[in-house]
Design a protein around this ligand. Structure first.
Ligand code: BMA
Length: 373
């Protein structure tokens, strides 16, 4: 049995005892703390709080899966090709797991994603997972906003409730399958229902009420907990639309079911980017302190990084002024021209990215010690 005491304060979590549980998806007995988390997951949460004393972790989406001019080569990463080390944080997306597909929405086999998540854990790095899942009402994708009542339709009593429970079940199976050969469940920061303060996803602002959004989050959390998923932390990640702490918290599901707060923000115009980032970072810093939550820039970037000194003259001075756990850039698409956010060898900002890497305030995989114990 998993005890649901995560609604208690952070202080309570520190004195959590150890119980033994059967976890979903296998018959092995794994050690789980009173708060329902494995010790490694609980330790990751503590590490996310203390990391800012050293600097911030650099992250990259789909880093070891593909990059510019390559795909699926073991051990390869555009970031590593430029600086000699992997990102401290790797992000992956499980879109299409809900359909029972073997490949993600970005055409990567889930078996490969699983292997890379375990490899990142084993090198001491962190993993986070987003979910660009299909629209359970229309059959379209995440970006299909043609119908407004999708969230209402998957909540209890809704016409797609049963289907959606199955979709959650597919995600739960994947989380449960993230296990090392030693039987350790790999801790993951799950970042569902992101960028919901905009209206480009079917769970976006104009498509559901704050109450419906919170109920969706609660249902997701309870589903995973009831299935015995004990290796998940949760990241809350709106866009930059909120203008103050009240707006930021309008759809916030609650301290007991959120472990980290962040936001997503991309550069198009430099001045607008700096203004939006500072506004959102100020809000996060404030709420992070009052709600005792680690903070992160859960997605950011400048598509094709055309500015050769972007990393040291825009990113570093901006981010190092805040107590951030991590900041993560989006993917280097191999199938779409000009859709990349990390440098690769020869890219115009690659030299500057080496300086960014060498700065003691940025943390890459090799800089991490003891994220999990
Ligand atoms: C978007 C783009 C898409 C991709 C999606 C999920 O921002 O990169 O091409 O399918 O993320 O990874």
């Amino acid at each position: 049995m998993i005890r649901k005491i995560r609604n208690l304060t952070a202080g309570t979590l520190l004195v959590a005892g150890i119980v033994s549980c059967q976890s979903a998806g296998n018959q092995k007995s794994v050690t789980v703390l009173d708060n329902g988390l494995t010790p490694e997951t609980e330790h990751l949460l503590k590490s996310l709080r203390t990391i800012p004393q050293q600097g911030f972790m650099f992250g990259h989406h789909d880093d070891p899966l593909y990059g510019i001019g390559w795909e699926g080569e073991e051990g390869r990463s555009d970031v590593k090709s430029v600086v000699g080390d992997y990102p401290a944080v790797m992000s992956f997306d499980i879109g299409h797991i809900e359909l029972g597909r073997a490949e993600s929405l970005d055409n990567v086999p889930f078996d490969k994603i699983r292997r890379e998540i375990i490899a990142q854990y084993e090198r001491g790095g962190m993993n986070t997972i987003s979910w660009h899942l299909d629209n359970p009402l229309t059959g379209g994708d995440s970006w299909d906003v043609s119908e407004k009542g999708v969230v209402a339709a998957i909540l209890p009593g809704g016409e797609q409730y049963a289907t959606f429970q199955q979709w959650l079940g597919k995600a739960a199976e994947f989380f449960s399958s993230l296990e090392t050969s030693d039987g350790v469940k790999v801790p993951v920061l799950f970042r569902p229902w992101h960028e919901h303060t905009g209206s480009w996803f079917w769970w976006g602002k104009e498509l559901c009420s704050p109450e419906e959004y919170k109920a969706l989050w609660r249902m997701t959390y309870d589903f995973m907990t009831d299935k015995g998923i004990n290796n998940l932390l949760y990241a809350y990640s709106p866009g930059t639309e909120p203008n103050d702490t009240t707006e930021y918290l309008q759809r916030y599901p609650g301290d007991g079911i959120v472990d980290l707060i962040g936001f997503d923000c991309y550069q198009f115009d430099r001045e607008i980017f700096l203004t939006q980032m500072k506004k959102s970072l100020d809000i996060l810093t404030d709420i992070g302190q009052t709600h005792h939550k680690p903070i992160a820039v859960t997605e950011f970037g400048y598509e094709t990084i055309p500015d050769p000194v972007w990393w040291t003259e825009t990113v570093l001075p901006l981010l190092s002024a805040y107590p951030l756990s991590y900041a993560l850039v989006w993917r280097n698409a191999r199938e779409r021209e000009d859709h990349y956010y990390a440098p690769y060898p020869g890219q115009v900002s690659a030299g500057d990215f080496v300086k960014f890497y060498e700065d003691p305030r940025t943390l890459f995989a090799g800089d991490l010690k003891g994220l999990y114990k």
